[in-house]
Design a protein around this ligand. Structure first.
Ligand code: GRF
Length: 195
């Protein structure tokens, strides 16, 4: 039986960060296994990626709510993660706020990546917020998830300069290059310190 630590990845969109985690595992850089990929969006490309890798996928039932993550649904996700033997949950572009039922199931074992240098620009479209604010630099942050929005303890950051002619899209593209390096590296560090 495999003794590799098991990751449960949750995302709502393209899954490029999930891809970077998978690639780091494939290259041997990250000693882990992706046990399951879950999405609240049945059409999310992250699910297609996982299926192509042969990784189990699950669509999260949010009881028909568009943005809310109802407590009973969070509890169900926590229970499913346990059934998969997941050691660490990685949010990778997951667009709903995680609260107590899931946090209680995985205390200090849920990570998130956010596309800004937190505490600057929490919330949606952080890259657009940075351009609008005429910030000189932005970047990305990996942090533990707590019950706030992008407020948990910070594990690591990468700085990305904001160029004078940057659009929200061009800045986001450069931030994502750094995200794909930072997230697997921080996951590796956290896993090394587990147990
Ligand atoms: C990333 O920019 C991440 O920081 C944010 O959502 C985006 C997800 O992108 N939380 P992807 O689905 O991993 O490509």
């Amino acid at each position: 039986m495999s003794k590799l630590p098991k990751l449960g990845i949750m995302g709502s969109g393209s899954g490029s960060n999930c891809q970077s985690i998978y690639d780091a595992i494939q290259s041997g850089e990250l000693q882990a296994e992706i046990a399951v990929v879950m999405s609240d969006n049945p059409d999310a490309y992250i699910l297609e990626r996982a299926k192509a890798w042969g990784v189990p996928v699950e669509v999260i039932n949010c009881d028909g709510f568009k943005t809310k993550f109802p407590e009973e649904c969070q509890a169900a996700v926590g229970a499913r993660m346990k059934e998969y033997g997941v050691d660490l949950i990685c949010l990778a572009g997951f667009m709903r706020l995680v609260k107590q039922p899931l946090l209680n199931a995985y205390p200090d074992r849920i990570l998130n990546i956010h596309p800004s240098l937190l505490p600057n620009f929490p919330g949606l479209h952080a890259w657009a917020q940075a351009v609008e604010a005429k910030a000189l630099e932005s970047g990305c942050t990996v942090h533990y998830v707590d019950a706030g929005m992008d407020t948990g303890p910070i594990l690591g950051q990468a700085v990305v300069p904001v160029l004078p002619d940057d659009t929200a899209e061009s800045l986001h593209a450069r931030i994502q290059v750094q995200e794909h390096l930072l997230y697997p590296a921080i996951i590796k560090k956290v896993l090394n310190e587990l147990v």
